[in-house]
Design a protein around this ligand. Structure first.
Ligand code: ACO
Length: 428
């Protein structure tokens, strides 16, 4: 195979080297394109064909339905590892030894107190504020409480920043929910596991002890692992591009949270539940909504179906579907919403429109159902996604800084007015 690609523009040929990844993915390195062609650029709306970086963190093959973190399959990790192990793996590249994991956890715990003044910021938010907005603002506010910038050339500095955000973020997650519910802002307990602590902080009532349910702990752990990274998605690309200006980790993560909020990305899990509720309210006629989804005149889309990259099946959806069935059975939850979800899934999988376009249920189709069974309010679903995605964002930010990537600055093709002489206001 040739290791270059040739591009002919106006009769002139230009050669560009091919970049081959460890899984034999091929990219055309067009770094010199503008220079050798005198300013020709590429245009690729939504970056559907553009690789923004080389990365050694996550591999996914959308056609085959493969997802691996640092070479380990998502199936193995969801089955055999816990969330903190996966976080360590993503960020530092290797599975931790027992000692490394214990140290990592205790360093995170040592950072799990948030400056008390953060509570004043939370107080200033209206109760109706969406917890994603609150979380994004609070994460950005952490910069103000930790003003010294991280020296990325110091391993120790990097490590400290990483454990700091992993320690404080779950507190902000819990507080974003508690603010909405009018519950006092609390702290967890350093004697608990990372995920157990999250649950305690979220659900503990001021007047009764929170009793852990291992089924819920296990399901949440799994959900967080499944969401932990997904290579260059919208929020991760946002974190990398903001960080490429050498903005700090907290500011970069805060912008990732905003990117995740949208219903076409992480907000889909909330949108799925709202859609299922609406179908139920409307009599539960799934066929009617299938029709709406296929009608090009109707803006309605079947939330939780389709994926930019997975055009076969979403391997996370397979794992989570099993977990959803287990959690609902174990908790004895009977939920008409679930019946509607199952009905939609069944119909879509055999419907020509969905089959032709390779639209399969994605991870968000099932995650919302589990969160609901756990008693997590709908508006918190995307916040839970952010909690899971945190290690991915950190590892991608760290990789980008360690590889000394240049500032992200795409080009454009200008399609506006040509030069116009300025018109005085009296003559307009
Ligand atoms: N319902 C109905 N039709 C759909 C859906 C859907 N959920 N998704 C895609 N289509 C159709 C489009 O109308 C289009 O049809 P056409 O070829 O006749 O014009 C075709 O399928 C391709 O759709 P695109 O929007 O071009 O696909 P793209 O890869 O750009 O979008 C996306 C992927 C945004 C996820 C889309 O499938 C969608 O909107 N799904 C619903 C929202 C959702 O579940 N998002 C979560 C994504 S997963 C995550 O962020 C973790």
């Amino acid at each position: 195979m040739s290791n270059t690609a040739t591009l002919e523009i106006n009769g002139e040929k230009h050669e560009f080297p091919l970049v081959v990844g460890t899984e034999n993915e091929i990219g055309i390195n067009i770094k010199t394109l503008r220079g050798v062609t005198g300013g020709v650029t590429t245009i690729d709306p939504g970056y559907k064909n553009t690789g923004a970086c080389e990365s050694g963190i996550t591999f996914l093959d959308g056609e085959k339905g493969i997802l691996r973190y640092r070479g380990y399959s998502i199936e193995d990790l969801a089955d055999k590892a816990d969330f903190l192990e996966v976080a360590y793996l993503l960020i530092f590249g290797e599975l931790p030894s027992k000692d490394q994991l214990d140290k990592f956890h205790s360093d995170i715990k040592a950072q799990s107190v948030v400056d008390d003044d953060v509570k004043k910021i939370i107080d200033a938010f209206p109760k109706a504020a969406h917890p994603m907005g609150v979380l994004s603002s609070l994460t950005s506010a952490l910069t103000a409480f930790n003003p010294s910038s991280v020296n990325v050339d110091s391993e120790e500095d990097m490590y400290k920043t990483v454990v700091k955000i992993l320690g404080k973020f779950p507190v902000l997650v819990a507080w974003a929910m508690r603010k909405k519910q009018g519950l006092p802002l609390n702290y967890g307990s350093n004697s608990l596991g990372y995920v157990e602590n999250v649950l305690k902080m979220m659900f503990e009532k001021p007047n009764e002890e929170y009793v852990q349910n291992p089924i819920i702990v296990n399901a949440l752990d799994k959900l967080l692992i499944l969401h932990a990274d997904h290579e260059q998605n919208c929020s991760t690309s946002t974190v990398r591009i903001v960080g490429s200006s050498h903005a700090g980790l907290f500011a970069s993560i805060s912008s990732g949270i905003s990117a995740l909020w949208g219903p076409l990305h992480g907000g889909a899990n909330q949108a799925v539940l709202e859609m299922l509720e609406a179908i139920k309210e409307d009599g539960g006629d799934t066929k009617k909504y299938m029709g709406k989804a296929k009608d090009k005149e109707d803006p309605f889309r079947l939330m939780g179906f389709g994926h930019r990259v997975y055009k076969n099946f979403d391997p996370r959806a397979k794992i989570i579907k099993v977990a959803a069935d287990e959690v609902l059975a174990d908790l004895g939850v009977e939920d008409p919403i679930l019946d509607i979800a199952k009905g939609l899934e069944k119909e879509a999988l055999k419907d020509d429109y969905f089959v032709k376009r390779k639209l399969y249920p994605n991870v968000d189709f099932y995650s919302g159902i589990i969160y609901r069974a756990m008693g997590i309010p709908t508006e918190m679903f995307t916040v839970m996604f952010a909690l899971g995605r945190l290690p991915g964002w950190i590892s991608q930010w760290r990789e980008m800084r360690l590889r000394k990537e240049p500032i992200g600055r795409p080009r454009q093709i200008y399609t506006g007015e040509n030069y116009r002489a300025f018109k005085d206001i009296a003559k307009r």
